[in-house]
Design a protein around this ligand. Structure first.
Ligand code: ADP
Length: 238
């Protein structure tokens, strides 16, 4: 079952084309890695999927049967220096994942508070709930933000370079948490990454962005066709 269908998208800023001819599908339970050089349009594509950027051409369709909409996608943004200083406790940070569902309601429901605790437990950060977000290690912060993204949505997660800046142990830990969500909870994962080893190891599908995407297919095909290198001079498949 296709959860997201992107057809012939063109994306630009101020009339300057970033990407065109972007077509791919995301099936329920996929683990799609989006790779490509810096500036190749990966983040812009994520924004389009989240409904934050309108395509100039083409369309993004969400599966009606499983009631997936852009608003049902949990998003883990790239960590920046300023995002590390979030002036909130771990619990408040996770709970803020529900803000898109609250409308004008000023308080969180009991069900939301329980769900937040469940997601913190799932991510192994419940014992940190009273701590300030800014006191956490990089790996703990990412787990907390994943718990937050799970509050926002439980079907699809969009992760923008989730292990960037983490030490090798924390990165391996993060990959294992993401794999668990994908395999055991059936959550569809769409991940921007530069980590080609992880792409080959964990993903089911790969989209390689460029001005025109240069590859979309299974992770096996990607590996087989030697698209390992982020520094490929020439792309051999379109
Ligand atoms: P990637 O995530 O692959 O590094 P981006 O999607 O961030 O690439 O950027 C693609 C291109 O769009 C780059 O040339 C970048 O400079 C440009 N770009 C990104 N965001 C904006 C913006 N808000 N306004 C104008 N140009 C932008």
């Amino acid at each position: 079952m296709s959860q997201i269908i992107c057809r012939d998208l063109s994306l630009s800023y101020n009339g300057k084309t970033v990407s065109e001819g972007v077509s791919f599908t995301v099936e329920a339970g996929d683990y799609l890695c989006i790779v490509g050089d810096n500036g190749s349009g990966k983040t812009t594509l994520m924004k389009a999927i989240l409904g934050l950027k309108l395509p100039d051409k083409g369309e993004i369709l969400f599966d009606k049967e499983s009631r997936v909409r852009a608003g049902d996608i949990g998003y883990l943004p790239q960590q920046t220096e300023s995002s590390k200083d979030l002036p909130a406790s771990v619990y408040e940070t996770v709970l803020s994942g529900f803000s898109g569902k609250m409308g004008l309601r000023p308080f969180h429901t009991k069900a939301e508070r329980e769900e937040a605790r469940k997601n913190m437990e799932r991510m192994g950060v419940l014992h940190l709930e009273k701590k300030s977000f800014s006191e956490l290690s990089g790996g703990q912060r990412q787990r907390v933000l994943l718990a937050r993204a799970l509050c926002a949505a439980s079907k699809i997660l969009l992760l923008d370079e989730p292990v960037s800046g983490l030490d090798p142990n924390a990165a391996a830990d993060m990959y294992s948490v993401i794999q668990d969500l994908n395999k055991n909870l059936g959550i569809t994962v769409i991940m921007i990454t530069h980590d080609i080893e992880a792409v080959v190891r964990y993903s089911s599908k790969v989209l390689r962005m460029g001005t025109v995407p240069t590859f979309f297919g299974s992770a096996e095909e990607y590996e087989h066709n030697s698209f390992h290198s982020e520094n490929d001079e020439e792309d051999k498949n379109v």
